[in-house]
Design a protein around this ligand. Sequence first.
Ligand code: SAH
Ligand code: SF4
Ligand code: F3S
Length: 441
Amino acid sequence: MKKVYIETMGCQMNKSDTERMLGMLSHLGYEETKDSEQGDLLIVNTCSIRQLSEDKAFSQLGVWGKRKQANPSLKIGICGCVAQQKAKSIFKRAPYVDFVLGTHKIYALPEIIERINKGEKVCECTETNTTEDNLAKNFEIKRVKGVNAWIPITEGCNNFCTYCIVPYTRGRERSRLPELIIKEAKDALNAGFKEITLLGQNVDSYGKDFKDRNYRLADLLRELNAIEGKFRIRFVTSYPTDITDELINTVVELDKVCEYFHIPMQSGSSAVLKAMNRRYTRETYAKIVKKVRDMVPDVTITSDFIAGFPGETEEQFEETLSAIDEFELDYSNLAAYSPREKTVAAKWVDKFIPEEVKDERFQRLNKKVQENCLKSNLKYVGREMEVLIENFYEHKGKMINTGKTRNFKTVHIPCDRDLTGEFVNAKITGTKTWYLQGEIK
Ligand code: SAH
Ligand code: SF4
Ligand code: F3S
């Protein structure tokens, strides 16, 4: 059997695409290897959310290109968001690459492999803007064995936030058919997975584009919740103003849907939000968070923030710091602003914030996020919580099981037995900044 190695960068959308590609490749006689030195086919699945992510992709290709000089039969491919964006130009920068495969065409992979094996160089990057399910032939998903299965429900995005490249790399928003999603969920559960996470840039838009039916995220959650067995359901990411009361109610009503919302705010300043083309103010964000907290007991709300967006003043930045406190955000992903080709904000060069100021703001944000994470964890010390174990490993001579509560808190539980995939009731005995410490009851 031939061996394929895939290096996956970026978000869960890419992880999910990697799973699909591994499935297709298994039909062509390729087996996955975790050691790139063993691969006959090397693929880098790239992310372009920041310049740094893009640079990482090209440096990976460079390393493999050198290896190909010694072993000319090696095949090298690039897919994902950088591939979609740079298309054919990649051959100029990295001439040893055999194929460039954009995000809209991953189901063309089997045909591409045939062509490169005949010595062709292939670039498939045209936008299709349909979901690719209907183009898929003879493929299965090859999930990495585990606890958590990620299932895309929408692809693309229509929001065009002024900093973000995703609408250019993933195309317009489109929803996958519920019957396909439900089948994938059932297959994953039959294979032993214990948690289903529904993925989309804006999951609350799910179904808006269906012409033949009125079917939204709440409907999908109800159908998934009705599948028999013990498992959990999550969904990410929620756009603040698209969260409906019906959705919040389904989270409360449905036993398998967990008390967790990821609602990126991006900035605490209404003026910066306007420049970002986010369709809400600080005040509207506050109302939504309050509503979610009032309706869903013990809910965890996480967010994303960008430090040093073009034109961000010190006062506006401080509004972001205060937002994290005021809205008691349990955890936030942080990034320093990185200008991206084609996006609107990348043209505001005269308003760019110097690197050292962005870094300094990033550090201050990071400190704030740490404080709040600890504060939110402290609420749970002394409580009993259900933990789904995801990992088992040795730490300082002790065996540890780690897992997540329903509300997405990480818990470390010392225990010699590997409990991966099991639901355990744990007594929370203490906390560190990023995780809770527990004991099995
Ligand atoms: N759909 C999600 C975000 C997906 S991108 C949403 O609307 O929130 C993930 C995160 O990357 C974003 O939330 C943002 O915080 C960050 N990000 C996107 N573009 C960026 C850029 N140009 N520079 C820095 N961070 C960026
Ligand atoms: Fe990017 Fe905005 Fe779409 Fe999120 S909602 S993917 S930040 S354009
Ligand atoms: Fe994801 Fe990065 Fe693309 S965050 S959608 S892989 S740009």
